[in-house]
Ligand binder design. Structure first.
Ligand code: ADP
Ligand code: MG
Length: 238
């Protein structure tokens, strides 16, 4: 399960309000993209869902349970960032299994989960390598593998591909789409890249200065942008 509900969510940094009342219902297994210009509040909203940022007002529910006051570890979600630090002295397998080891999981269970993640991400040939002997794309896959082994309720991605070169970005975009098909887990994905949004999303949430400007499928937004801001952002012909 992995439905996520936001009810009148607000975020204030001191007396500056950066999230201005967001209501959103994300269905289990849905791929939802937050887009919008730099500074509109995408990362803040995502971090509030993940519990890395306190919610000033409103409620966040996961599968119907109010998690607004819960710390990240109790929410069952996992975050993948653009800058991910792999442990240089550990192999790929050790990097992917490390959080389970820290949590005290049995060796056999760790091995099973790492093997499964490696299969999903096509990392089986590289399990014994160190991060320095991997390509950029392989390293990014290891970072995602660390999340997969946790069996998260949902994946939260914050511009995970923005540090990669253009060709790799296309390849990883395809990998993430496949990952979603394989795992069928809820994914919330922040990007300012329209192409990523249009190709990956079941639904796109367009944010404008801390508010939702429009929500819809890529096709709906493209064909019926609600206002000029959305039209310009999505690249609609009007
Ligand atoms: P985005 O990810 O869409 O680029 P952010 O969520 O990072 O936007 O930021 C939204 C707004 O909140 C910006 O104006 C940013 O400067 C502000 N902001 C983000 N984090 C903090 C913070 N810790 N303290 C004060 N202001 C912040
Ligand atoms: Mg951001």
């Amino acid at each position: 399960m992995g439905s996520i509900t936001l009810e009148a969510v607000e975020k204030w940094f001191g007396d500056v309000q950066v999230i201005k009342g967001v209501d959103l219902e994300i269905k289990d297994g849905e791929f939802v993209i937050f887009v919008g210009p730099s500074g509109c509040g995408k990362s803040t909203l995502l971090r509030m869902i993940g519990g890395l940022e306190e919610t000033s007002r409103g409620r966040i529910l996961i599968d119907g349970a109010d998690v607004t006051a819960q710390p990240p570890a109790k929410r069952g979600l996992t975050m993948v960032f653009q800058s991910y630090a792999l442990y240089p002295h550990m192999s790929v397998a050790e990097n992917m299994g490390f959080s389970l080891k820290t949590a005290g999981a049995p060796k056999a269970e760790i091995a099973e989960k790492v093997t499964h993640a490696a299969q999903v991400l096509k990392l089986e040939p590289y399990l014994e390598r160190r991060p320095k002997d991997l390509s950029g794309g392989q390293r990014q896959r290891v970072a995602i593998g660390r999340s997969i082994v946790r069996d998260p309720t949902a994946f939260l991605f914050d511009e995970p591909l923005s540090n990669l070169d253009a060709a790799l970005r296309v390849e990883m975009r395809y990998e993430i789409a496949k990952l979603h098909q394989t795992l069928n887990t809820t994914m919330i994905y922040v990007t300012h890249d329209q192409v990523e949004a249009m190709t990956l999303a079941d639904r796109i949430v367009v944010l404008e200065a801390g508010r939702i400007a429009q929500i819809g499928s890529p096709k709906e937004l493209y064909e019926h942008p609600g206002n000029l801001f959305v039209a310009q952002f999505i690249g609609s012909p009007k």
